[in-house]
Design a protein around this ligand. Structure first.
Ligand code: AMP
Ligand code: MG
Length: 649
């Protein structure tokens, strides 16, 4: 760190006045008031490069379209008065003029009374003619005349000059976003260049000592920079130019230089990270030095997204998104996109919305507008919205959700059964064909891979075995994958089935003690001896599992009353156990063989666990459910499961 302590404390005092948390609406209103109204700079662009830009000015036609009276059909240009008496019994004979008016050919001879001129679709009407007769309605008489047996009204099959677009007409209004149809209008008027709102340039900077760009190796304790990529893409998705400047370490001097550089060459700056009060968090202090009026809101009553910081520096918006990717994306879409689009002259985003029933209670923090991401599945009477609750640090909760619902700041929960409005991330809902709700297993992906290949959309929602069973009983899914040991009978899964559910055997997963290969404390021992040795060694740290996990039941049986060091470290997944041991944070734990194998760890088998599927019988005959059952039974998935260390049942 390079800044002197005195400097830092003065800035923190300045900063504190902004720490009042604003409501979402108040923060947005203040931000917009500091930025608008503002001039939207325009630029000329060739028509072909103007797609997606809003027009800066009205487009006024300076020609008529069509430029001349034009035939709409292949036929003959005539004087309608000549055909006034034509009928089935009284054909009128017209002599053909010595001319054929093709498209692009200017006529040279007039149509005098009693004559007609052959004309193609799109040909200009010759002098004297006021109507066109379709070739199908004429009868040739030699090569020089035709008979016509029906009358023609004046103007029949003629498009008059300027009937499509009249010279002087404003064909497109300022603000219209140019799509292919607008390009067509301009092309018809002969316009090759249009004046559009210049696309704002938005600089994107990630901050944090821990960030590594994708493609480079991950050092210990580092993570990949997710926000840089996702924020840049979201800016482009909104029709604005993003310039990603990389990740800058939490170094005040380096960050200030990067931010100043970015503001010199861009119209807006979006940073992420560094908004919390951590020791290395400096960006909000720098903003105060970058221009007036500076910080407008630091702290917004949003969840996720509280640490959002909004600022304006000499007319340019500077935004610091929260570091967690999901928080960053929510605040970006909710608070930044409206401003960004307005700066770009674009209309507000029109998000598609649907109504869906929430099957479980969602707790919410009073006083903060809360956004909850949901996965949609089709229920018996309408859509069901499952909250995908992995927390704001989880990128998957954003990427795998279909949309989100909003819980008002004044509510402390959303009750189970509520019909809620869901804002979709995509223009349309695609309800999955097969819905799997329950315990997740990496083996599941090996089965569903086949379905994906045949275009069947599978949605798997991980809520644990008991949550899955409850969903299956409510008829909200097709399958609930479960691995529940009944202590009394010592059997897996069957004792937990309710009426309307049947068991489809899945596979067996070997549970066992996991440790680092070569650790002499465990190598070569039986599971029981290994645990005994570990409990006897006070330097040995374990990693446990969460209450309610099938694995936890096995661990508790082994350790009994003992509470060894690490017992209270209770992660929720097999992978977390493996990671803790591989990274030397713990020495032993319990996981399934495929996970130990994938992490390169030593493994002592203990007991086989049954991972089966509770099938909702009422849904059994659905084609997609049948396809899942076929995939589960196929040689292909059985081989894949075996290769990954599972034993198909
Ligand atoms: P911060 O606001 O800098 O304290 O960051 C909060 C959390 O978000 C920390 O866990 C950071 O590692 C994480 N984070 C910050 N920036 C990024 C990023 N660009 N990509 C992924 N995670 C990030
Ligand atoms: Mg940080």
């Amino acid at each position: 760190m390079t800044n002197a302590p005195s400097q830092r404390s003065r800035d923190s005092v300045d900063q504190d006045q902004f720490l009042a948390i604003l409501s979402r609406e108040e923060a947005l209103a203040r931000f917009e008031a500091a930025l608008f109204p503002r001039a939207t700079p325009a630029e000329e662009r060739p028509l072909m490069d103007a797609l997606g830009y809003p027009l800066a000015r009205d487009i006024v036609a300076d020609i008529d379209v069509p430029p001349f009276d034009r035939s709409n059909v292949d036929g003959f240009a005539v004087r309608s008065a000549d055909l006034a008496c034509a009928g089935e019994a009284t054909p009128v004979r017209l002599v053909l003029n010595d001319e054929v008016i093709a498209c692009g050919t200017a006529p040279t001879r007039p149509v005098l009374s009693g004559t007609a001129t052959s004309i193609a679709t799109g040909g200009p009407l010759p002098r004297g003619a006021d109507a066109v007769v379709m070739v199908e309605h004429t009868h040739p008489v030699g090569a020089r005349a035709i008979d016509i047996r029906r009358a023609a009204s004046p103007g029949q099959f003629v498009s008059y000059a300027g009937s499509d677009i009249a010279r002087g007409e404003a064909v497109l209004r300022a603000g219209t976003v140019i799509g292919s149809r607008e390009i067509g209008m301009c092309a018809a008027c002969g316009i090759a260049k249009v004046s559009v709102v210049r696309r704002p340039r938005v600089a994107v900077i990630s901050t944090g000592d821990e960030l590594v760009q994708p493609g480079l190796p991950l050092r210990p304790a580092a993570i990949y920079d997710t926000n840089g990529a996702i924020v840049s893409a979201a800016i482009s998705e909104n029709g604005v130019e993003a310039v990603f400047l990389g990740a800058i370490a939490d170094d005040e001097e380096a960050l200030e230089a990067a931010m100043r550089g970015a503001l010199e060459t861009s119209d807006m700056l979006v940073l992420s990270g560094g908004t919390s009060k951590g020791a290395g968090d400096v960006s909000h202090r720098i903003i105060a030095r970058l221009g007036k009026p500076g910080i407008i809101a630091h702290g917004v009553a949003l969840k996720p997204g509280k640490p959002l910081c909004l600022a304006v520096c000499d007319g340019k918006p500077v935004v610091i998104l929260p570091g967690f990717p999901t928080s960053a994306m929510f605040t970006f879409h909710d608070m930044i996109v409206p401003v960004l689009r307005r700066m770009a002259g674009l209309p507000p985003r029109s998000d598609a919305k649907v109504m869906a029933r929430v099957p479980v209670r969602i707790a919410s923090e009073l006083g903060r507008t809360e956004f909850v991401m949901v996965s949609l599945v089709g229920g018996a009477d309408g859509l069901i919205a499952y909250p995908s609750g992995k927390g704001s640090g989880a990128i998957t909760s954003f990427a795998q959700a279909d949309g989100f619902l909003k819980i008002d700041a004044l509510a402390d929960q959303m009750r189970a059964g509520t019909e809620a409005e869901v804002t979709l991330f995509t223009p349309h809902v695609r309800v999955p064909d097969v819905v799997i709700v329950g315990s997740h297993c990496t083996g599941l992906d090996l089965v569903t891979a086949q379905l994906a290949q045949s275009g069947i959309a599978v949605r798997s929602i991980a809520v644990g075995s008991l949550g899955g069973l409850a969903a299956a009983k409510r008829g909200e899914c097709d399958f609930a994958p479960i691995h529940l040991l009944d202590e009394k009978t010592g059997t897996y899964n069957t004792p937990f089935l309710a009426d309307g559910l049947e068991l489809v055997p899945g596979w067996r997963r070997m549970q066992g003690i996991v440790f680092r290969q070569g650790d002499a404390r465990f190598e070569g021992l039986s599971a029981l001896d290994a645990v005994r040795a570990a409990l006897a060694d006070p330097a040995c740290i374990m990693v446990n599992r969460n209450q309610g996990a099938g694995t936890r039941i096995l661990i508790d049986r082994l350790v009994g009353e003992a509470r060894p060091d690490g017992y209270w470290n209770q992660p929720k997944s097999h992978n977390a156990v493996a990671a803790a041991i591989a990274q030397h944070r713990a020495d032993w734990g319990m996981t399934i063989a495929p996970v130990a194998q994938a992490a390169g760890l030593g493994f002592i088998p203990l007991a086989e666990e049954h991972y089966d599927f509770a099938l909702v019988t009422a849904r059994k005959n659905r084609p997609a459910v049948q396809a899942f059952l076929r995939a589960l039974a196929s040689e292909e998935s059985r081989d894949a499961l075996e290769r990954a260390g599972f034993r198909p049942a």
